[in-house]
Design a protein around this ligand. Structure first.
Ligand SMILES: [Cu+2]
Length: 131
């Protein structure tokens, strides 16, 4: 057990020596990231949005990409399918029902496959609270 741990340490330090990284981040290739969203994460908005829009650092593969909206009870809110913006495929949106959503707390659950095949997922919240 101890011998194996020591071997792993040797391999890790050899790898680090060759790559001469300045930080742990430089060992990993860049991954698709969610840069921002509309509505913004953790924001309180006063009017129902007509869509939820996510701004990624690169265009995801749309097959395998999903964006879902859940209410405070974690019930899914009916929306359109996740769609890539025609003019900028790094932007992905879902359209909400014409009548909008009712006041309350919401969670957006997103899941994407990046061009490099890595899947990424996350979620963020916002509150709709008319004045
Ligand atoms: Cu990746």
């Amino acid at each position: 057990m101890a011998a194996m741990a020591a071997m792993v340490l040797v391999i890790v330090s050899l790898g680090a020596g060759v790559a001469a990284p300045t930080s742990a981040d430089s060992l990993a290739p860049p991954h698709l990231e969610l840069l921002r969203s509309e509505p913004m994460a953790d924001s309180t908005i006063v009017e129902s949005p007509t869509e939820i829009r996510l701004f990624f650092s690169e265009a995801p593969v749309m097959r395998g990409t999903s964006v879902r909206l859940a209410d405070a009870a974690e019930e899914l809110v009916p929306t359109g399918e996740a769609t890539a913006d025609e003019s900028d495929p790094r932007q992905v949106y879902i359209e909400l029902a014409e009548e909008g959503i009712i006041p309350g707390d919401y969670t957006v659950h997103w899941r994407v496959i990046a061009q490099d095949g890595h899947s990424q997922r996350g979620d963020f919240n916002f509150r709709l609270q008319p004045e």
